[in-house]
Design a protein around this ligand. Structure first.
Ligand SMILES: *[C@@H]1O[C@H](CO)[C@@H](O)[C@H](O)[C@H]1NC(C)=O
Ligand SMILES: *[C@@H]1O[C@H](CO)[C@@H](O)[C@H](O)[C@H]1NC(C)=O
Length: 307
């Protein structure tokens, strides 16, 4: 017995023994692919390196730790990220990948899906279904990231419905251990409006509550024909665990992005560049100039210009 354990131990920890690991995984319930979640590191990264997004920080840490601490979740974790471009949606999705798997975002169990066609086809639906099902059969602890949902043809996402619900077990696979992340700009109008009203009322940004936005984002996703979830039963069935709003960034946040990027390039001390890039962004609305229209998106390019 000891000998077998020892041999298995070698198989699991020896990277060249991928084939044996696969064999072991198919025989064992306990082996979870490359899954090595570090929730503390994820939280630290979220709170230290994402600027101006208290809702995303709180919701993502809370939901991920709740989900991973549950040994047999009754449904997968489904998060939908919403907000204007440059507010940190992609950044947060990579942080998740980075702290869940041994090989970070290059893990073979993190899958990113981009669709750039507006023409839904049965073929595409079948492909998407097989892709999710096939990968879940290989590894129940898979992460699926659907970026730019607003470019996804309406109706396509519906093939995911059976995977997102509570009761699916196919083959030996437990579908309920997967994590799905949807990313889109849908709902940016309502998120930006709530943030603007908060600012104009002179309140703290942190006073904006997640509950203030959940229903509004769900409604927009359901009723806007370019959301990727247009008239999808995924919304009324409440298969999305939480909507994660990303708020528009003010100059102070943009400057933190600039500072952090400069530090990564070894030029931490260049406050002149921080100031110049911060001053070079476009801010809305005209009255007040509160929020950067492009968030932190153009920061690296502008640094190249001013450095
Ligand atoms: C799993 O996903 C990868 C891309 O992430 C894809 O290339 C592969 O075909 C998928 N596997 C199955 C069995 O569908
Ligand atoms: C749907 O969303 C797009 C992109 O966010 C927006 O431009 C458009 O005004 C929205 N349509 C409606 C009817 O709200």
């Amino acid at each position: 017995m000891f000998c077998i354990l020892f041999v298995l131990f070698l198989f699991i920890y020896h990277p060249v023994c991928g084939v044996f690991q696969k064999l072991y995984c198919s025989l064992s319930e306990s082996c979870e692919c490359d899954f090595k979640p570090n929730i503390k590191d994820l939280e630290w990264d979220l709170y230290k390196n994402v600027y101006g997004q208290h809702l995303a920080q709180d919701i993502v840490s809370e939901e991920v730790s709740k989900f991973l601490n549950n040994k047999s979740p009754d449904r997968p974790l489904v998060l939908s990220f919403h907000g204007s471009s440059g507010t940190g949606k992609t950044l947060v999705s990579s942080m998740l990948g980075n702290h869940l798997y041994g090989s970070a975002m290059s893990s073979p169990y993190i899958h990113q899906f981009f669709v750039r066609t507006k023409h839904p086809s049965l073929c595409l639906q079948e492909e998407l279904k097989n892709w999710v099902q096939g990968n879940l059969t290989e590894c129940a602890r898979s992460v699926f990231i659907f970026d730019e949902m607003e470019k996804m043809p309406s109706g396509l996402v519906d093939v995911l419905e059976p995977f997102l619900g509570p009761s699916h077990v196919v083959f030996r696979t437990n579908y309920r251990k997967a994590i799905y992340i949807f990313i889109s700009t849908t709902g940016e109008e309502v998120i930006n409006k709530v943030t603007l009203e908060n600012r104009q009322a002179g309140q703290d940004r942190e006073e904006i509550k997640s509950a203030d936005l959940q229903e509004a984002i769900a409604q927009t996703a359901y009723s806007n024909s370019t959301s990727g979830f247009f008239l999808s039963s995924i919304i009324p069935q409440k298969l999305i665990t939480r909507f994660v709003p990303f708020l528009p960034l003010s100059r102070r946040h943009v400057e933190r992005c600039v500072h952090s990027e400069l530090c990564q390039r070894g030029s931490c001390g260049r406050s002149d560049v921080v100031e110049a890039v911060g001053g070079d962004m476009i801010y809305t609305p005209v009255q007040g100039q509160y929020f950067s229209t492009t968030g932190c998106k153009a920061v690296p390019a502008k640094i190249n210009f001013f450095l």
